[in-house]
Each structure stands twice: as C-alpha cells, then as structure tokens.
Design a binder for this molecule. Sequence first.
Ligand SMILES: Cc1cc2nc3c(=O)[nH]c(=O)nc-3n(C[C@H](O)[C@H](O)[C@H](O)COP(=O)(O)OP(=O)(O)OC[C@H]3O[C@@H](n4cnc5c(N)ncnc54)[C@H](O)[C@@H]3O)c2cc1C
Length: 337
Amino acid sequence: MKTLVYIDHFKGEIQPASWEALGLGKSLGSLSAIVFGSDLDAITKAAFEYGADEVLAADDAGLADFRVEPYASTLSAIASSRSPDLILFPTTTRTRELAAMIAVDLNTGVLTDVSALEVIGNEVIATRPIYEGKLIEKAVCSGKPVIATIRARAFPKPEADGSKSGTATKVEVKSDALTEVTGYSTSESAVNLGDAGVIVSGGRGVSNNPSLQPPAGMDEKQAELWRAQQGFALITDLANVLGGAIGASRAAVDAGYIPYSHQVGQTGKVVTPDLYIACGISGAIQHLVGMRNAKLVVAINKDSDAPIFKQARYGVVGDLFQIVPALTEAFRKKLGK
Ligand SMILES: Cc1cc2nc3c(=O)[nH]c(=O)nc-3n(C[C@H](O)[C@H](O)[C@H](O)COP(=O)(O)OP(=O)(O)OC[C@H]3O[C@@H](n4cnc5c(N)ncnc54)[C@H](O)[C@@H]3O)c2cc1C
C-alpha cells in the first residue's frame, strides 16, 4: 500500500499524532511524509527519524501560516501526481478542514477520527466511534485514494531512530490563497487534552468546601468562584506532579470556574489518556462519553452512589479537599519531586 502522511504542526510544534500516523503508514508499505511551511529542515529530519522513506517538503514563506486554500491546492496536486492508495492525517482542527477540501478536489471521501485500521486485499477498513462514542463502526471509503484522519493516542508512536535519513523532495507550492494571516492571539486552545497521557479533572464539587472562608466583601457568586479557584489549585498541583493536563466538567465550565477549552465530554473534548482522575464529578452520561476510553479511571467523590464510580477502576469516597492534596503529597514522595 502506498501511503502519504501529512505532518501537522503549528510554527514547528508538531502534533504528536503525526508520528503515530507515520508509524501506521510504515506498517502498511511504502511511506512518504508531507510537510508544509517555512524552514522545514528540523521537521523533515524528524520525519525520517520516525520512519518516513521520503519527505515531500513544500517549503515556502507563503505557507508559514496555515491557510486552507494554498495548503489544499498544493496537497491535492501532490496527491494527483503521486496516486497514493491512502492519505493519513492526525485528527486536528486544521486537518479536518484540509482533508475535507482535498477529498472534494480528488473526488473521494474522508474517514475521520479513526481508532483502528486494517487492510484486506486493496480495501482499507477503518474503525471509528460514532454517536458520541456510543457505537463503534467499521467503514470503508469507495473513492480512491482513501483519506483518513486518525485519533490521537489510538496508534503506537514509533521509536525515533536518529541515524535514519531518506530522500527529501521539494514540491511546488500552489498559492491561490484568498486569505492572509495578520496576527495571532493566545487562545484557550493552548490546552491540548487530546495528547495528554494523564488528565486530572474537576467538576462542580471543586467549589464545595464551606469551611474555606473567602475574603471579606464577596457576594455569594464571588465566594463560589473564589472557592472553585482554591479547588482547581489543588487539581493543578496534582496534575503538575503527574505531568498531566487539567480537565473539567461542563458544570464547572458553565459556572465560570475554568475556561471551555478544558471541558471533557459530549460538547467538549473526547480524551483517551492512560490515567483520568475525576474529582468532584458526578459522571453524567455527557461527561462519560468524553473520557470513558481512558485506560484507567480514578474517581474521588463524596457521594458513594455517584455514577462516575461505575466507570472507575479505583474510587475514593470522600472530600476532594482532603484526598487530592494527600494524593499529590504521596505522588510527590513516590516520584521524588
Ligand atoms: C446537550 C448536553 C451536553 C452536555 N455536554 C457535557 C459535556 O461535554 N461535559 C460534561 O461534563 N457535561 C456535559 N453536560 C452536562 C451534564 O449533563 C452534567 O450536568 C455535568 O457533567 C455535571 O457536572 P458535574 O459532575 O461537575 O456536576 P454535578 O453533577 O453537580 O456533580 C458534582 C459532584 O461533585 C461531588 N462533590 C461535591 N462536593 C464534593 C467534595 N467536596 N468532594 C468530592 N466530591 C464532591 C458531588 O457528590 C457530585 O457527584 C451536557 C448536558 C447536555 C444536556
């Protein structure tokens, strides 16, 4: 099988699932990586180290910022001239748009958010969650090439081999951009829950510590937010000790405790960490669909009947304001931090 893998990055910061896509492509046969942007030497070198036989580099100042029009035209032209059987992307906001646009150009379809993939004869069969993860379907694409975006952390990341190199080919850039990037501002999307190996999440319970006395003069809502800040500070400490990211339930987000970019669930992010620690989260179905594919779930909740305990391998019935700092301390000692 002839596979092209698109390496997604933002200003040189690679989406780790790009390497997972390379590992998958390598297991299927001949493999070319595609990199777009400006000053691509470091990314090209890394692509070889992670297994690419060839790197097709569209290295042009005009591609320094992601804009879907020139990226899609350039990628469609590469695909038309190379005739791959399969084009793989890591699933990101950028690649969902890019994959859809090239599928239109190439008159084929896109299989998004693929969590497993097998090739039988010439047919590529993709497994992916549907209906918010309630069902798993197997799907094929009748068009050629097959285009698929893979879910982060669903496929193993290959070992990098620093001694590896290959053929780097410069490709022509099609620059029919209708838009220009005039600047950036820091956004909430800086939180990357999708790639996190450990997530510590807080829910409405993080504000429930009546013994914490807020500073004088606060009204009820201000006092609630202040308590939530103290609660999320404990969650952050634990996440930092474990090298993890911070998640949240929608109730915590809606109440203003933490920005939306941290929300896990049906209307937030779907995550697949090795470890998910849910603190003060009841375990509503809309939350569970976002985290039930975590390898190990630990729940901390005052209510022994909370549904989250059905999802958890380990549960602690108790007050998170006592349990979370105790866990942080224990991990700090254990990990020597
Ligand atoms: C269309 C739709 C989409 C939705 N999408 C999402 C989504 O993406 N993500 C999401 O999370 N929800 C989503 N929801 C909301 C969801 O239904 C729940 O309302 C929400 O998940 C509840 O959040 P929670 O568990 O933090 O709060 P609660 O349900 O209020 O639970 C708080 C928990 O904290 C425990 N607790 C309280 N104090 C402490 C303490 N000191 N120590 C330990 N435990 C304590 C309580 O026992 C309780 O179990 C959605 C709802 C709808 C209708």
